[in-house]
Design a protein around this ligand. Structure first.
Ligand code: ZN
Length: 656
């Protein structure tokens, strides 16, 4: 591990202690091998003058809910050091009292709650204190004889702290252990099964001590032959197996969740290890991961249903054994699963969740793999882990999220997604909390959606091969498919039947109807294991009210409508709804340029505005209006409706 400290950057901060604290906190936070997703904490002690003109020392410690990678000055909670010192001298202190008294000692009431390690930071007598859960160090401690190995690596330059519960108990333990110690004689502290502390009055030295301590453990692992996971992994993905697994896990979790498949070579290789079930049954990398990942992943065999039942049974037994009567049973759904040959799957209600789990799982796999070279992975005992998992202060971290959006955890595919109605559908669905794969033949689709909730795939929907690939990609990224907006289409140039070009006719039928049938056919097995599965077909006003010169279009759209009606009948028994939209006069699409609009309006002797609102309600119908209707049809409002055809046209005499 290398130091990322830059004198030139630090110089710009002109000795401002809090700014320097932000700077090195981010250096630590941006290294995944040190901390991940809100783990770890840092502090700085600053002398300040209060409103009465008195000087007092204030501990600025990472606030709860902030991430070291992105922390800013307001992310540090200022707490009077004298109050924290007094708390450290108490014999016992409940979590509730700790949180309350720390808040009362803050010099800014609108700052976030201080980290649960605030008291510990306070008793370390240096300006800067850094704490990480460094992979390499924790990996060494999580082995048989881990303590001996740490002594071997660091000698007496490191104080070794046996595992105790974080929070007041840990602060108290260290307070007692360091009463008679010469702090200057040690470089830092290694907390068994937990992490590392370093400290100094100079932020650079404190940070670089952390780096060199971690570097020593990394070198030790290397010397022992405990390298990163090697191998290509040979497995293939069974998309339907992943979709079924996601459905089952969602049922246990009691809400739709996403599943993300890590297909990297290391994940595949790990999943193929002969003893993978055994080595992953022993527990997480560091205790604070347990609130995100649970104690163990689930192993998937040929029968995911049975595997999950076993997982739930084991979880309930673990709860029964360790709960003291004060804890309420949490959901029993696994957060990650090993699918031998395919890789590792992470579950979560949002993309952000699945990514956090995947990151933690990846680091855990490496740690387990390396520890096996050192005599075996030996995580913290179940009792200690249970205490951590059900610790109210940890649970509070997860409860911050507000009410979920109506389509959270659900997955949609939208075709023709690079413009007009299709693009608006992607945006409308994401606003409701869904994740969406947008397909389009236009290359622009690939970079079109900056949101991580959207996956843009370039795809010719008339090619079965390309459709299959897009489905596989969707499953690997999101875990299932619940909804389809079958929208891709073309409006061929106007031609009377007498003058019809055969190629034009064929192309319209191929794209406007046959490709929809093919995609629906491919998706039925996935929709069958989806959540409240539903399909919306974007047809046209030309179905109920055709016009001359549009035979190629109208016939295809009529066929598409009929496809939807038959699908509603065939799929109703499987709980899959199919509804149809007939839009008309949607002018905010690529084909309706200003020139075309002006020409058409002139043709009818109307202004462009009159032309656009030439309907009963005198309103302009936009792509977004159609998209919001499609989203409503996929959602709860249409939960008991199938086979319906809804025009969206501002009112049209011929349609009514
Ligand atoms: Zn920690």
């Amino acid at each position: 591990m290398k130091s990322n400290w830059k004198d030139s950057e630090a110089k710009k901060l002109k000795g401002d202690l809090l700014k320097l604290r932000v700077y090195t906190s981010r250096l630590l936070g941006n290294n995944e091998d040190l901390v991940m997703h809100g783990g770890g904490n840092t502090s700085v002690k600053i002398k300040e003058t209060n409103i009465f003109g008195e000087e007092e020392e204030v501990l600025y410690v990472k606030g709860s809910g902030w991430d070291l990678a992105t922390i800013e000055a307001p992310g540090f909670a200022p707490v009077k050091l004298s109050a924290l010192h007094r708390l450290a001298q108490l014999d016992t202190l409940s979590d509730v009292d700790m949180v309350k008294n720390q808040r009362m000692a803050m010099t800014n009431p609108s700052a976030p709650n201080p980290s649960v390690e605030a008291i510990l930071h306070a008793i370390i007598p240096y300006t800067f204190v850094d704490h990480t859960h460094a992979d390499a160090v924790v990996t060494v401690t999580n082995t048989p004889g881990g303590k001996k190995r740490i002594q071997e690596i660091y000698g007496d330059k490191i104080l070794i702290i046996p595992y105790v519960m974080p929070g007041f108990i840990l602060a108290k333990k260290i307070y007692e252990m360091t009463k008679n110690i010469d702090w200057d004689s040690i470089d830092g502290m290694v907390l068994m099964n937990h992490g590392v502390f370093t400290f100094h009055n100079d932020p650079k030295i404190s940070y670089e001590k952390m780096i060199s301590i971690v570097d020593a453990s990394e070198k030790y692992l290397k010397k022992q032959g405990a390298n990163a996971i090697k191998g290509k992994g040979k497995g293939k993905i069974d998309g339907l197996q992943i979709a079924k697994l996601r459905k089952k896990v969602s049922e246990v979790w009691n809400k739709p969740v996403l599943a993300k498949l890590d297909r990297s070579a290391s994940a595949k290789t790990f999943s193929e290890l002969s003893d993978v079930a055994k080595i992953t049954s022993r527990g997480p990398l560091t205790p604070d991961h347990i609130i995100r990942t649970k104690r163990t992943p689930m192993m998937v065999s040929d029968s995911p249903k049975k595997d999950l039942e076993q997982y739930v049974k084991n979880y309930k037994a673990y709860y029964k054994k360790y709960n003291t009567g004060e804890q309420t049973l949490l959901d029993q759904a696994p957060r990650w699963a090993i699918v031998p040959g395919s890789g590792v799957v992470s579950f979560g209600p949002t993309v952000k969740h699945t990514r956090i789990i995947e990151d933690i799982a990846r680091h855990t796999q490496r740690a387990i793999f390396q520890a096996e070279h050192l005599g075996g992975w030996k995580a913290l005992g179940k009792g200690d882990l249970f205490e951590m998992e059900y610790w109210s202060l940890e649970q509070a971290k997860l409860k911050k999220a507000g009410k979920p959006k109506s389509m959270q955890g659900k997955v949609a595919i939208v075709t023709g997604a690079a413009s007009g109605i299709g693009k608006a559908c992607v945006e409308s669905l994401i606003e409701q909390g869904a994740v969406v794969t947008g397909l389009d033949i236009a290359p622009a689709i690939e970079g079109m959606f900056p949101q991580k909730e959207a996956l843009g795939i370039r795809c010719d929907v008339t090619s079965e091969k390309q459709l299959k690939k897009a489905i596989d990609e969707t499953i690997a990224t999101f875990g299932g498919i619940d909804m389809l907006v079958s929208n891709a289409g073309i409006f061929p140039k106007s031609a009377r039947i007498a003058d019809m070009d055969g190629k034009l006719w064929d192309k319209s039928l191929e794209l406007n109807v046959t490709s929809h049938q093919r995609l629906l056919q491919l998706l039925i097995p996935y929709l069958e294991v989806g959540f409240d599965p539903a399909v919306v077909i974007i047809a046209s006003k030309n179905v109920p009210a055709p016009g001359p010169g549009a035979a190629a279009y109208s016939v295809a759209k009529a066929g598409l409508t009929q496809l939807g009606r038959v699908a509603a009948m065939e799929l109703g028994g499987k709980g899959i709804r199919v509804n149809i939209i007939h839009p008309n006069a949607v002018y905010d699409t690529a084909i309706w340029t200003d020139e075309v609009l002006q020409a058409r309006a002139k043709h009818y002797g109307l202004t462009v505005k009159e032309y656009k609102t030439n309907n009963m309600l005198k309103v302009e119908v936009t792509s977004r209006d159609v998209a919001d209707l499609a989203t409503a049809m996929l959602g709860k409002t249409f939960a008991k409706i199938t086979g319906a055809q809804v025009p969206i046209d501002g009112g049209n005499e011929r349609v009514i």
